[in-house]
Write a protein that binds this ligand. Structure first.
Ligand code: HEM
Length: 418
């Protein structure tokens, strides 16, 4: 059994809403979450302080697997319409930024149905081929060099190119889209965006980009998801340009920033646990499915989402009042020994593995889970094939965030080929 990480912090000093907590090394943070699961599984937290925004009223932190599962699957009690992130924003801004992730039934159901119509079998088949071609090109591009930045040149390149190509964005705009999504999800890390104003400016730019693209495809449809989404109808209704703009922001941000971190944490784990790597590399197909799920559990690229209690209720023995915010910590649930055998062991053959990396079920379960799984699997297949001795060669530079478990850059080396 791999020993559970420890923390030197006293229970009352674990402050999930303080920036200092998120600068601690991962093991130390994991130790704190282990202490919370054991001793105070549903705890009250003071709010984060954002420049220029009044401090919110605080939130409940849910850390055990079973409780996260229950919150996620009770959408009538724990609603999303007041926001899926911790900070409180006016309703209009919630929809603008978060689209369906900040909505409840029936609007959420309708929008999700419309969007599902865009993911036609033909579209999915096209994407599958595209992922393979792109992954090959990316790996071939770095192969002769013997070293590179794993995050930006390998892990980030694939999801960026796929989501952009899916949406019909021309390659000359990929870089700008990448910068804008970095700013949106990197808010809080001084390297990307330090204020809400910068966040708004980037979101507006993406929104306007989407409006122009959507209008162009409405007039002249092409073979891309934007065209499919602009044409799709549910009950005779189409996506309005406004709805499309917001959904576009959600899709490019969600499609870019998550998968890249799964791939990066995956490569780091395969370097840190060489026996697991040998196992997978020795029989790629046999472990493909389980290894990808384990990478997502291990990485937990999205660390939390929030709900709001619609009525007075209770979770894990804790009374929650109507209107109070409830945060599901997926990273903590994914290390819960009550659910996972030996949870701190990275095990490419782990089965069963009902992790909550893509959410814990319910109406908002990740729409891109299958695409992400495919991107991760194909990327490692191409890496093992072309650069079989690739390894991480220096410490990761971590994103300062309580939301995205991100790596900004991380060196890797391999025997040059080609
Ligand atoms: C490893 C990669 C990914 C991870 C870890 C991840 C994680 C998540 C999580 C935790 C949620 C919230 C689930 C909930 O509240 O129940 C979510 C929702 C969502 N994800 Fe992902 N995601 C990933 C990749 C993607 C990709 C590639 C796309 C798009 C192509 C995508 C699109 C979405 C969308 C649109 C939603 C909102 C769904 C809704 O509100 O109904 N995700 N994702």
């Amino acid at each position: 059994m791999t020993p559970a990480p420890q923390t030197a912090l006293a229970l009352d000093d674990i402050s999930l809403a303080h920036v200092d907590f998120w600068t601690l090394p991962t093991r130390e943070r994991e130790g704190a979450f282990a202490k919370l699961r054991a001793e105070r599984p549903v705890s009250w937290n003071e709010e984060f302080e954002y420049p220029g925004v009044p401090k919110g009223p605080g939130f409940w932190s849910v850390t055990r697997y079973q409780d996260v599962w229950t919150v996620s699957r009770s959408p009538e009690i724990f609603i999303s319409g007041r926001g899926a992130n911790i900070a409180d924003l006016p309703i209009e801004m919630l929809e603008f930024f978060g689209s369906m992730i900040n909505m409840d039934a029936p609007r959420h159901t309708k929008l999700r149905l419309l969007v599902n119509k865009g993911f036609t079998p033909r579209m999915v088949a096209r994407i599958e081929t595209m992922v393979r071609e792109r992954a090959r090109k990316i790996v071939d591009g770095v192969a002769p060099r013997g070293e590179c930045d794993f995050v930006n040149e390998i892990a980030a390149a694939l999801p960026l190119e796929i989501i952009c190509e899916m949406m019909g964005i021309p390659p000359s705009d990929y870089r700008r889209i990448f910068e804008l999504t970095n700013t949106i999800l990197g808010v809080g890390d001084p390297e990307y965006a330090s204020s809400l104003e910068e966040l708004m400016t980037s979101s507006m730019e993406l929104f306007q980009y989407a409006q122009t693209l959507g209008q162009a495809r409405l007039e002249r449809p092409g073979d891309d998801l934007t065209s499919a989404l602009m044409q799709a109808e549910v009950d005779g209704q189409r996506l309005s340009p406004q709805e499309f703009g917001s959904f576009f922001i959600l899709l490019v941000v969600a499609g870019n920033e998550t998968t890249r971190n799964a791939i990066s944490h995956g490569m780091k784990a395969l370097t840190d646990f060489p026996a697991e790597r040998r196992k997978w590399q020795g029989d790629f197909e046999r472990y493909k499915t389980t290894a990808v799920e384990e990478i997502v559990r291990w990485a937990s690229p999205v660390m939390h989402f929030r709900r709001t209690a619609a009525i007075d209720t209770e979770i894990g023995g804790q009374v929650i009042k109507a209107g109070e915010k409830v945060v599901m910590w997926y990273n903590s649930a994914n290390r819960d020994a009550a659910k996972f055998d030996d949870p701190y062991r990275f095990d490419v053959g782990r089965e069963p593995n009902e992790h909550v990396g893509f959410g814990a079920g319910g109406p908002h379960f990740c729409l891109g889970a299958n695409l992400a799984r495919r991107e991760i699997a194909v990327m490692f297949e191409e890496l093992f094939r072309r650069l079989p001795d690739i390894e991480i060669s220096g410490p990761p530079d971590m994103l300062l965030s309580a939301f995205i478990h991100g790596i900004k850059r991380m060196p890797c080396r391999f025997t040059p080929v080609g």
